[in-house]
Design a protein around this ligand. Sequence first.
Ligand code: ZN
Length: 233
Amino acid sequence: MLLTTLREEVLEANLELVRRGLVLYTFGNVSGIDRGEGLVAIKPSGVPYDELTPAQIVISDLSGKIVDGNLRPSSDLPTHLELYKHFASIGGVAHTHSEFATAWAQAETPIPCYGTTHADSFHGAIPVTDRLSSSEIAGDYELETGTAICRKFSNIDPMSIPGVLVAGHAPFCWGPTAAEAAHNAVILEYVAKMASHTLSINAESRPLTRELHDKHFLRKHGRNAYYGQVKTQ
Ligand SMILES: [Zn+2]
């Protein structure tokens, strides 16, 4: 069996979305990539999460050719592949239809940064893609979804804002690993929920100041990050 460890990581990241309440039935999918091999491991399509095993995780190359596995991959595979091809630093992608993030995607409204919880993980508002055109929907729809995301990030570092709302659809998140992509999906859902609550309390709520936003993101992710424990290696 190819890529045993990556299969297990991807399975675990998929299950994390279920544990955190981000997934209804079989909605959602997480993948991970082995950059050395150029191979992607992704959840199979339509298999219930409580029946998933590492052997069922499907292995694809970057062109979408299945190189190991008997099941069909998630139908969103072409979106994942497009992100891996354009975002060289990412190692995992997570897609959910989690309630609050999906509501913002449906409202086609970027999520402003109202607090430090958002700023700790996302260095800016969570962007929304443009709508897909009729020909994009009729054509290679899942690939075009990936293209729309990459277009939105043409001037954004994907590692500084590791997630996006696809207009009328739902969020996609990513990270250095499958586990971190799932983690970012969980944080995005929490941020979307709190932004909704914030606006329901005060519709005139103001986004965080740039200074506080920068402070929180950069103390965790900047070159001189100092949040957490010193890594020893
Ligand atoms: Zn979807």
